[in-house]
Design a binder for this molecule. Structure first.
Ligand code: F6R
Length: 590
């Protein structure tokens, strides 16, 4: 969700900005732009659509060594060139990620001072504010101008500023949106995350909230409240990788396939981190907070923990958690699950939980991300860089970690763990031919997913995957709820996908499938091998058998065919699988 890059150094800036923007593409965007100094003038170039469109407009022969770039994921105003960043007012040019919450109030104030706004964005208002403060306080240094601006801006922002009078500097300011400064040899890089410039430098300053950074060709300084402060340079090691598609057509397929190879790695790495965990038994309440797919992983975690331990676990959608009564105190452990570690709602929950005295534990994929830095304890999921917007391997890694936690604290100390056999079983599901099912699904408007208990949760995730990348409306229902309303939606040929992995609910779910089949549904049944003696062949159209498994590994195995059904259906529809419309990989606004 919005990517920011910046460069100051001896090399030509345009190729560096474009490379960085391409690396940040995964975050999601709908327009892009750059600004750079060329012969004492700030040049702007913007375009809507993909970065390739911007590239077509750039004149690479224009020499420049300082510049900024941006991919915009529209929040305030339509996807237009006018609304795209960078924005320029007077001597100030900026790119911005985040949301200025009080921009309408500021806009009115600035309009009364004579500013005319051309865009619908909050960013243009921030730009005008900085310009106004600078113009009216000629004795202030630029750092102090930005410090004054910070006092007036409410909301979240990572902003990079170019100033017409200061052609040898880039300024950055940050509150609640991520921003890092990469340190090269007589060159500095600015980016929303490390992945933009990993091959250029592994040394980074991670800006903290309310900090302002000033980079010149040979120096970087960090300020807080206008006062110069020390900073720490963090050197990244193998925790961060630059992802490539390899031989796969899409990142999503590469990431689905990787799941079987990652299991062994997860096993070793989790146990390395175990020592650093809090004693979970010392808390009265466990709350899990997360969004989207990570929330579904949390629901699986609740199931596994409650079934096998004596903990009561409640799972909350992060964007709701903050606004409800949540009984947070020192006896609460709040587990925040997040692939990116940057999700604004989840981050806000962690901060709130800490303020109220709770202990926080992050289950995070991205090393050193904002949530990973804020929580008291962190378990890294080590799924590697996930590029496809639709999360796959990050989800299974989260489920895996939650399963290991449940195993560790299980009340009956029996050894039941079939993780070792998972890779072979996953591969078996990869080989299944999904084409007949996909042929039935790809032109449909609605698809329904059914399951009971933990299978219902897996279906929530399966249904989310489908809607994200195929744009087909889909919903998941607890199978038993069908008769209480949703069954009215079933008509001739409506696709219904049902999942059965537990013996105790199998017979009941099969009855529900028969009910939809009797009303003409096209039924795909995914069922664990050997779970029922025999199934009436008339109750489904297609069947996928899941290899026999146990309750810990079953949610990992059951999601594989659902990920693949979504993937192949999107492929059949010829859609942009890795970058589905309107979605961002890293949701850094609330
Ligand atoms: C769906 C998906 C999203 C994310 C959600 C939370 O495929 O990826 O639903 O799960 O935006 O993101 P993280 O895990 O980065 O906090």
């Amino acid at each position: 969700m919005c990517g920011i890059v910046g460069y100051i150094g001896k090399r030509q800036v345009l190729p560096i900005l474009i490379k960085g923007l391409k690396r940040l593409e995964y975050r999601g965007y709908d327009s892009a732009g750059v600004a750079f100094f060329h012969q004492e003038e700030i040049k702007l170039q913007k375009s809507v659509g993909r970065i390739q469109e911007l590239e077509k407009k750039l004149d690479y022969s224009l020499s420049s060594h300082i510049g900024i770039g941006h991919t915009r994921w529209a929040t305030h105003g339509k996807v237009t060139i006018m609304n795209s960043h960078p924005h320029q007012i007077g001597k100030i040019t900026i790119v911005h990620n985040g949301i200025i919450e009080n921009y309408l109030t500021l806009k009115k104030e600035l309009e009364s001072k004579g500013y005319l706004f051309q865009t619908e964005t909050d960013t243009e208002v921030a730009c005008a504010l900085i310009d106004w403060i600078k113009k009216n306080n000629s004795s202030l240094k630029m750092v102090d101008v930005l410090n004054e601006a910070m006092k007036k801006l409410k909301g979240s922002y990572a902003i990079v500023v170019m100033v017409q009078d200061e052609q040898d500097k880039l300024y950055v300011m940050k509150k609640e949106s991520p921003l890092v400064i990469g340190i090269g040899k007589e060159e500095y890089f600015v980016a929303s995350d490390f992945s933009a410039y990993l091959d250029d430098t592994k040394d980074y300053i991670i800006l903290e909230d309310n900090e302002i950074g000033v980079t010149s060709m040979d120096n970087v300084s960090i300020y807080q409240n206008g006062i110069l402060k020390d900073y720490v340079v963090k050197t990244l090691n193998e925790e961060v990788e630059i992802a490539t598609k390899g031989e796969q057509e899409h990142y999503m397929m590469k990431e689905i396939k990787e799941q079987s190879q990652l299991i062994q790695k997860w096993n070793t790495l989790y146990f390395d981190q175990k020592e650093k965990l809090p004693d979970i038994t010392s808390y009265q309440r466990i709350h899990i907070v997360a969004c989207g797919t990570a929330y579904h992983a949390g629901l699986i975690g609740k199931y596994l923990l409650e079934k096998n331990t004596d903990f009561e676990v409640n799972v909350y959608v992060a964007s709701e958690y903050r606004y409800q009564k949540n009984f947070l105190d020192k006896n609460t452990l709040v587990i925040a699950i997040s692939q990116s570690g940057e999700t604004a709602d989840t981050l806000a929950c962690v901060k709130m939980a800490k303020e109220k005295g709770a202990t926080t534990l992050g289950i995070i994929n991205v090393y050193n991300s904002s949530i990973a830095r804020v929580v008291d304890f962190v378990i890294y999921t080590h799924a590697g860089c996930e590029v496809a917007v639709a999360s796959t391997k990050a989800y299974t890694s989260q489920v895996y970690v939650l399963g290991l936690l449940a195993l560790e604290y299980q009340s009956k100390k029996e050894k039941k763990n079939t993780y070792q056999e998972l890779p072979v079983k996953i591969n078996k599901l990869m080989e299944y031919d999904y084409s007949t099912i996909v042929k039935h699904l790809y032109q449909k408007k609605d698809i329904f997913y059914l399951g009971r208990n933990i299978d219902y949760v897996s279906m929530l995730e399966g249904s989310l995957k489908l809607k994200e990348i195929t744009y087909i409306h889909s919903e998941s229902f607890p199978a038993g709820e069908l008769k209480h309303g949703p069954i009215s939606l079933i008509e001739e040929d409506t696709p219904v996908i049902a999942l059965i992995t537990h013996e105790e609910t199998a017979a009941k779910t099969i009855s529900n499938i028969k009910e939809v089949k009797a009303r003409g549904a096209y039924v795909v049944l995914i069922i664990e091998d050997g779970i029922v003696d025999s199934i009436d062949k008339n109750c489904y159209d297609e069947v996928i058998y899941l290899p026999k498994t146990d309750e810990y590994t079953c949610p990992i195995l059951s999601i594989i065919p659902l990920q693949l059904i979504a993937y192949y259906t999107a492929k059949k529809k010829n859609l942009d699988i890795d970058k589905p419309r309107n979605l961002a990989k890293s949701v850094t606004v609330e």
